[in-house]
Design a protein around this ligand. Structure first.
Ligand code: ADP
Ligand code: MG
Length: 326
């Protein structure tokens, strides 16, 4: 119970894109190689994620929908060194509490598929036979139907879908070997095919457009177990929006203040008239050096050695920009 409390870091379900993020992360944790994300009306009406991952054995179905049931950690020590993406065991339970959620799944070793849906927190989980290939589909219908206050905060369908698309792009960049298909109202909006060769470069072109890498500067540094590498937009490609700013810490997309500050400072030192820089950066360090359980939606991290990380990132980008200028 204490563990549960420590993990219960607030609400995960802010808006449709947070549902997409949690469910796609579950698919990745389940080893999926292909994930289809089907959205109706900006996610207001439906969010359906289908994967070809391990599936969930019938006897674990009820548990998967229960609060604080995670198959991914056993103790607080594990929490310190989290490898998998999900770790709080509350996503499915939280989402099913504010929507009509159906989970259909078939593990390879099991001959039949089963569907499960939660009938409100008290009434338990209903299970029935279903048809489904190996893998899992999670169908979330009528998000916030029973929480009018939060439903009121949903933005226009277009805006919510934009958030979903951003979320999918971020995750797709962090997993270049995985195929992602994003549909809106029945139409394919994005198709990121998993690559074997030059996977990362191909994926960046798919997500950021073919031109991005041509004009970008490659930056990389390794120091004291910390590595940073990625592509940063040179002056000629400055944009006025933030939609081309991607930062990953140990494979997770982050909008961390410290990193944003370090990047901005590097640009400001080299160019004085900078607007919004574009970049795709990957920071990797030992999991013990970083605390990812700071923010429930996991956008923020806490580096144990914050100053060192900040300066390393700043200097690396600065050097790459200066070299490109010179
Ligand atoms: P967490 O991811 O933090 O463990 P969730 O509530 O997101 O918690 O999921 C609960 C459990 O349900 C997971 O630990 C996992 O065992 C199972 N699960 C959820 N989604 C999938 C999926 N797409 N494929 C296989 N198992 C899944
Ligand atoms: Mg999860």
């Amino acid at each position: 119970i204490q563990l549960a409390n420590q993990i219960a870091a607030g609400e995960v379900v802010e808006r449709p894109s947070s549902v997409v993020k949690e469910l796609v992360e579950n698919s990745l944790d389940a080893g999926a190689s292909s994930i289809e994300i089907d959205i109706e009306r900006g996610g207001h009406k439906r969010i359906r994620i289908r994967d070809d991952g391990t599936g969930i054995p019938k006897e674990e179905l009820t548990l998967a929908l229960s609060p604080h049931a995670t198959s991914k950690i056993a103790s607080l020590e594990d929490l310190e060194a989290i490898g998998s993406l999900g770790f709080r065991g509350e996503a499915l339970a939280s989402i099913s509490a504010v929507s009509r959620l159906t989970l259909t799944t078939k593990p390879q070793a099991q001959s039949e598929a089963w569907s499960a849906y939660a009938q409100g927190r008290e009434m338990g989980v209903e299970i029935e036979p279903a048809a489904h290939p190996d893998g899992t589909t999670i169908d979330v219908v009528d998000l916030f139907y029973n929480t009018p206050a939060r439903r009121k905060f949903l933005r226009a369908e277009k805006t919510e879908f934009q958030h979903i698309e951003d979320t999918v792009k971020r995750i797709a960049l962090s997993r270049p070997f995985i195929t992602f298909v994003l549909k809106h109202n029945g139409k394919v909006v994005k198709r990121f095919l998993g690559n074997k060769k030059q996977a990362l470069e191909n994926r960046i072109s798919q997500v950021c457009g073919k031109g991005f890498l041509d004009q970008a500067v490659y930056a990389s540094v390794e120091y004291d177990g910390v590595t940073l590498n990625g592509w940063i937009g040179a002056r000629s490609a400055m944009r006025s929006s933030t939609d081309m700013q991607f930062c990953f810490v140990n494979g997770r997309a982050m909008r961390d203040k410290l990193l944003l500050h370090a990047i901005r400072q590097a640009y400001e030192t080299v160019y004085c008239d900078i607007e919004q820089p574009s970049y795709v950066l990957f920071l990797n360090l030992s999991p013990e050096e970083v605390d990812v359980n700071v923010h429930p939606a996991k956008h923020e991290v806490r580096f144990h050695n914050a100053r060192q990380i900040h300066d390393l990132v700043c200097k690396c980008i600065q050097d790459a920009l200066v070299e490109d200028e010179g």
